[in-house]
Ligand binder design. Structure first.
Ligand code: SAH
Length: 390
């Protein structure tokens, strides 16, 4: 089933020629895509045994992997995931709380300079209502994500956190609200937050500067990840694949960074252009490139919780399902108020569903079970934290 899935997608994608600007050189070459490079296979096997490889070997894998060896990689990543988490797919309710943002990330559609989008911010009651609805549907983790919205100060967020945790004590709250001070992260943790997602975006200082304006500092992003760690959050980081000016070296730096930091969660999705940004004319990241990086991340950080991202589902129908067979084990359906889902447009053609939440839930469960997964609505902590009182 999986093999034929990958085969059909391989053909579809090769015909579309989506690999044009990829740094995955051999994947980009239609003629060699089905011809084996045994060195790639043996390096991938060695990576699984050792957990990490020298930079040159990781570089060799990325530059020389083709569709042929990617199947071996996906299978190994799936095995590593099964070893720690079995066939469970953890479901989290994503609530996009605000699209106001003080940051100027060049790739992001809700950055401060985009004057042509309608801005919104959910009220405390709206956030709570969305959480309650998700709770009633069975969700036990709520992910509150938004732009770096200065209006949402520590007191406002804390008040929401306390309200949620008082009503639903046996749950987890993940925040993804950008860069803050150590004191703020501490305060929010104390008020009830358990996890925090803050992608490093790229582990190359220089590449970071190409993706962000001068007032956004790579060092600060990394410092925030360390603050989060010392504030005792389960920490998530990650990067986009195919972002403008990405190279094989920046991708290898990303893998090395993941290995050193050993995050509890890793978010990896393709870059997708947004028509109102500086990067509007750059091509989108590819499906295979993203799946390969997800698999490598799984092998390098074996116990991580790794979502099959919305961005992956937005570039190819069925992209998220493929990720769940290549090392990913989390899905985060959007459960914010329907009117606002359309407005959190960080990139073009972001998928939304016209189904009601309950119809969507039933369809999703059926699909996952059909593909051999077990649907898991529990809090789904990182395996090293299971049973630990947070
Ligand atoms: N303000 C929060 C949340 C940002 S949105 C923060 O700074 O962490 C979450 C993630 O979406 C970002 O970290 C980025 O990696 C991703 N993203 C933003 N724009 C994107 C785009 N055009 N294509 C794909 N992913 C994008």
């Amino acid at each position: 089933m999986l093999q034929s899935y990958f085969y059909v997608y391989s053909i579809m994608i090769l015909e579309k020629g989506d690999f044009m600007n990829s740094v995955f050189l051999r994947l980009n070459n239609n003629e060699v895509n089905f011809v084996k490079d045994e060195k790639v296979n043996s390096l991938v096997n060695e990576l699984k045994l050792k957990g990490i490889l020298p930079i040159e070997d990781l570089k060799y894998i990325i530059e020389n992997i083709s569709i042929s060896e990617s199947r071996n990689l996906f299978k190994l990543a799936d095995m590593v995931k099964n070893q720690y988490y079995g066939n469970k797919v953890y479901l989290r309710a994503l609530i996009e709380v605000s699209n106001y943002c003080k940051q100027g990330c060049f790739y992001c559609g809700i950055n401060r300079d985009n004057k042509s989008i309608k801005r919104y911010r959910l009220t405390e009651d709206e956030v709570f209502e969305a959480v309650k609805k998700a709770y009633d549907l069975g969700y036990r983790t709520f992910v509150l994500q938004g732009g770096d919205d200065p209006f949402l100060n520590d007191d406002i967020i804390s008040s929401i956190l306390v309200k949620i945790k008082t009503a639903f004590p046996q749950t987890r709250i993940t925040l993804s609200l950008g860069e803050k001070t150590q004191a703020s992260y501490d305060k929010l943790k104390l008020a009830g937050a358990d996890r925090y997602l803050l992608r490093h975006e790229t582990a190359s200082f220089k590449h970071y500067m190409y993706l962000h304006p001068q007032d956004m500092l790579y060092d600060n992003r990394i410092k925030c990840l360390h603050y989060l760690r010392s504030s005792k959050y389960q920490v998530g980081t990650g990067m986009m694949i195919g972002s403008p000016y990405q190279t094989v070296d920046t991708l290898v730096s990303d893998l090395m960074f993941l290995y050193k930091f050993q995050p509890e969660m890793i978010g990896i999705g393709p870059f997708i252009h947004h028509h109102d940004t500086k990067f509007k004319d750059h091509s989108d990241g590819g499906l295979y490139e993203t799946l390969i990086m997800i698999s490598l991340a799984r092998i390098i950080v074996p116990k991580a919780l790794i979502p099959a991202t919305t961005a992956l589902g937005s570039i190819v129908e069925g992209g998220r399902e493929l990720a769940l067979k290549a090392g990913a084990n989390v899905l985060m359906p959007n459960l914010g108020p329907e009117e606002q889902r359309e407005l959190y447009k960080i990139y073009d053609n972001k998928i939304t569903t016209s189904d009601s939440d309950i119809v969507f839930k039933n369809k999703l469960e059926k699909k996952l079970i059909n593909e051999g997964h077990a649907v898991d609505y529990s809090v789904g902590d990182h395996i090293d934290l299971e049973g630990v009182k947070l």
